[in-house]
Design a protein around this ligand. Sequence first.
Ligand SMILES: NC(=O)c1ccc[n+]([C@@H]2O[C@H](COP(=O)([O-])OP(=O)(O)OC[C@H]3O[C@@H](n4cnc5c(N)ncnc54)[C@H](O)[C@@H]3O)[C@@H](O)[C@H]2O)c1
Length: 245
Amino acid sequence: MSDSLSGRVALVTGAAGGIGSAIAAALSAAGASVALADLEAPTAAAAACRGRTLALAGDVTRENDAARLVAETAKGLGGLDILVNNAAIMIERPLLEVSVEEFERTVAVNLRGVFLMARESIRAMRTAGRGGRVINIASELAFLGRAGNSVYAATKGGVVTFTRSWAREFAPDILVNAIAPGPVDTPMLGLAGMSPELRRLENSMPLGRVGRPEEIGPAVVWLAGPGSTYVTGQTIGVNGGAVMN
Ligand SMILES: NC(=O)c1ccc[n+]([C@@H]2O[C@H](COP(=O)([O-])OP(=O)(O)OC[C@H]3O[C@@H](n4cnc5c(N)ncnc54)[C@H](O)[C@@H]3O)[C@@H](O)[C@H]2O)c1
């Protein structure tokens, strides 16, 4: 087991979920202290981690909650070096059936939440003066688009653009990158309820299968660690070859 993140403190949003809990576990296995945040404190996911953890409750769409999550992480774990902006929702619906409320809720979690958590975290990183890493979780749909899922896909396109802009804005101290997962077997994707048609589509990619949550964490650990000091503004596809840049 590598200790590449020993002495580092990470905050992962959406850490009760499939990918978020696996990212938190991977960061803690690499030696980081990890604050796991979700709408309800993710105590089970925190208990599954190796080292020091905090389980925090907060809604990333609320300005006060975002500031509090960052402050509680810094106070409880001694700083903040790595933010993983992972919380998101997906309301899959043909465009002509999308309500304004559904549109606004998706934008609120997937873009406003990413903005608030990054702003609060980068403020804290700058004040501490020891650099930092921001890792945003986008989606392959930012590049592919998807019929019947355009609002979600557009928010993920926004996450990619945030990543590129913030990488320029906060260089060289704070490195900002994204990961664009392909389909991963989590409650969000609902593999169990996937139509045969969608299953065929997913299986037509080069690696011929949907990913597992634990296949995302290693890329986050690399982006958070000493091996990626010359990497910023990138969106790395962990997607079974579905998208090739
Ligand atoms: N599963 C996939 O196939 C897939 C593919 C590409 C990208 N992604 C992305 O990966 C990330 C994780 O997705 P997942 O599949 O693990 O989903 P998930 O639904 O299992 O987890 C998402 C978590 O975010 C939390 N959350 C939602 N709204 C929140 C809010 N307002 N404040 C705080 N937490 C909130 C949920 O409670 C949940 O625990 C997301 O950014 C998603 O868009 C997933």
